[in-house]
Design a protein around this ligand. Structure first.
Ligand code: F6P
Length: 328
């Protein structure tokens, strides 16, 4: 693989996700394997602007494949949204002799990367790392599998107490504007109803469903609510609404929050991250740029960053149907 590029940087950006460390490790070790110098940038674009760099060799990433979070830290950086910020970042990269970078992050991180590469003709490859699984061009993002397993684990526990007290629980999960975490974890945990932004069921339908559930002999219920759901009420308002209209229910709320972003990555996320890191470095050395590594039908594929940031992945309609049937 003859390439002029001899120094590549890697960093994590935006919300962290379990498996980011496995992706960093993969990029670093692939560089070491191919005799390319690898530089870690701390705190995403903020660290790029400030020149917060550290050379990483194969041993710098020992014992991190199993760790949640990101050893390179992460940040959301407003300054990089400005032309001046990006100029400062470019100056730092060239001063350090960095000739290309791999960005591990989500939509916002890729938007920044695309602007940067268009302005400075700088080779860039993206690796999708976010628990939301919302990036076009990849069936899975790094961290999603771990997050849904975490959510299922917690809902199993909530179900224990819900059934002991014959209670209805509204459980709010993350996902930003999409319902992939809610739908997948909801089906996996056997939720009675799943409220996602892609499908506005309406309050009436929710009440009907809860009435049917009670009439069919269910004593407790779990309703998963995606944080971006558009039913018009948040989980606490939903609790009040249901208590007012269906007083037979004793309702509780659980907002899972940032615990969904933590924890040791699943084997699926570790393997995905390892594969994507290799592909990212190899793609740079093959002269490819402005692309994101994704996975489709178990194969790694490259999608232009401009495509990847255009829209969110669509919700799986078949899984919605399965969920409807399972709640009978
Ligand atoms: O994009 C990942 C995510 O965890 C979303 O699910 C959530 O809406 C958001 O980040 C929370 O961001 P922050 O950690 O900045 O509050």
């Amino acid at each position: 693989m003859a390439s002029k590029i001899k120094k590549i940087a890697v960093f994590t950006s935006g919300g962290d996700s379990p498996g980011m460390n496995a992706a960093i490790r993969s990029v670093v070790r692939t560089c070491a394997y191919l005799n390319i110098e690898c530089v870690g940038i701390y705190r995403g674009y903020q660290g790029m602007i400030e020149g917060d760099f550290k050379t990483l060799d194969a041993r710098s990433v020992n014992n991190i494949i199993n760790k949640g979070g990101t050893i390179l830290k992460s940040a959301r950086c407003d300054e990089f949204r400005t032309a001046q910020g990006r100029k400062k970042a470019y100056d730092q990269l060239t001063k350090e002799g960095i000739e290309a970078f791999v960005v591990i992050g989500g939509n916002g991180s890729f938007t920044g990367a695309l602007l940067f590469t268009e302005e400075y003709d700088f080779p860039v490859i993206g690796i999708p790392g976010t628990i939301d699984n919302d990036i076009l061009g990849s069936s899975f993002t790094i961290g999603f599998d771990t997050a849904i397993n975490t959510v299922v684990d917690v809902i199993d526990k909530i179900r224990d107490t819900a059934s002991s007290h014959n209670r209805l629980f509204f459980v709010e999960v993350m996902g930003r504007d999409v319902g992939h975490i809610a739908l997948n974890a909801g089906v996996g945990a056997g939720a009675e109803e799943i409220l996602i932004p892609e499908q506005n069921l309406g309050l009436e339908r929710l009440l009907d469903s809860l009435k049917r559930s009670k009439a069919s002999g269910k004593s407790s219920s779990i309703v998963i609510v995606a944080e971006g759901d558009k039913i018009g009420k948040n989980v606490f308002e939903l609790k009040e609404y249901v208590e007012e209209h269906l007083p037979i229910y004793d309702v509780r709320v659980s907002v899972l929050g940032h615990m969904q972003r933590g924890g040791n990555p699943t084997c699926f996320d570790r393997v995905l991250a390892s594969r994507m890191g290799v592909k990212a470095v190899e793609s740079i050395l093959e002269g490819k740029t402005n692309l994101m590594v994704g996975i489709r039908d178990t194969k790694l594929v490259l999608t232009p960053l401009a495509e990847a940031i255009k829209a969110h992945t669509e919700i799986d309609e078949e899984l919605i149907r399965v969920s409807d049937i399972m709640t009978t």
